[in-house]
Design a protein around this ligand. Structure first.
Ligand SMILES: Nc1ncnc2c1ncn2[C@@H]1O[C@H](COP(=O)(O)OP(=O)(O)OP(=O)(O)O)[C@@H](O)[C@H]1O
Length: 264
């Protein structure tokens, strides 16, 4: 599929400029600026309530900025009409904590859903595409099973297959490993990496899992009280002298040491 609309080399997949958002008197974002280059993975981290989800919701155009702009592939999302918004959302694959799979549909029908909803493909074309996608995530054998019959990791893979079947250019993940065991977490991280390798997609990931973040990110962004306090490649962020970043990483190291000690 050739797409020349974004051929203007160097246009970031996502760009946020001086974004402000309050809920009532409570500021959630206080002048956030961020560039996510095409084909790269950016991980958002920071303590609870620091504004990560609110930032991501602006990128999905689920929230409107009080001030500032959000550009997706160079276009201001707040100025998009319904048709353009719909096209933009088509380009975004979204994977939340909950997989939001349809319990009453089997794996095949869950994954086929976006194709039936959003394309004019024939059932034969849909079959070919779904089978190829299921093979990519190692779930060819599970096509007729229902979400309730799958492990957490398998459900995640179905969620990923469904989120990526329209070949999105941008993948957004909000805490995709929440509540998962270490093995399944590793599988999800692998999936995120696959998204980048196989789709060449740009990924924006919120995760509290520092080890995963440092493993997958091209860029790490640390938020605190509605602002970005550090950003850059993992090696730079690791060495940050910013007090909030040091505190965040120290806290994670302590928690990790405790959990490892508890495991004996
Ligand atoms: N719809 C809303 N109405 C009112 N306040 C909100 C709303 N959404 C977010 N907030 C507030 O905005 C701030 C930032 O929230 P946000 O969900 O972005 O934090 P977060 O960093 O994603 O936290 P967590 O890691 O716990 O998910 C918080 O103080 C939160 O209570």
């Amino acid at each position: 599929m050739s797409d020349t609309s974004n051929a203007s080399a160097g246009t970031p997949a996502i760009e946020v400029r001086d974004l402000y958002k309050s809920f009532g008197a409570q500021p959630a974002l206080k002048g956030v600026s961020l560039v996510v280059p095409e084909g790269t993975t950016t991980v958002l981290m920071g303590v609870s309530g620091s504004g990560k989800s609110v930032l991501m919701k602006h990128i999905m155009a689920l929230l409107k900025p009080d001030r500032g702009v959000v550009l997706v592939e160079g276009q201001d999302v707040a100025k998009m009409d319904e048709k353009t918004l719909d096209e933009m959302r088509r380009k975004q694959g979204i994977l939340f904590q909950a997989n939001a799979l349809f319990d009453s549909l089997n794996v095949y029908d869950n994954v086929a859903f976006p194709l039936r909803e959003r394309t004019k493909m024939s059932e034969a074309e849909i079959k070919e595409t779904v089978e190829k996608t299921l093979a990519k995530v190692g779930l060819s054998h599970a096509a007729t099973r229902f979400p309730g019959e799958l492990s957490g990791g398998m459900q995640k893979r179905v969620g990923f297959a469904r989120a990526t079947i329209l070949q999105p250019k941008i993948l957004l993940y909000d805490d995709p490993t929440a509540g998962l065991d270490p093995l399944t977490t590793a599988a999800v991280n692998e999936i995120i990496f696959t998204g980048k390798q196989q789709l060449g997609a740009t990924s924006l990931v919120i995760t509290p899992d520092v080890a995963s973040a440092f493993g997958m990110a091209d860029q790490i962004v640390i938020m605190h009280e509605g602002q970005i306090v550090e950003s850059g490649p993992p090696d730079k962020v690791k060495e940050s002298q910013h007090p909030q970043v040091k505190a965040f990483l120290k806290n994670w190291l302590q928690r990790r040491a405790k959990s490892q000690a508890a495991k004996g």
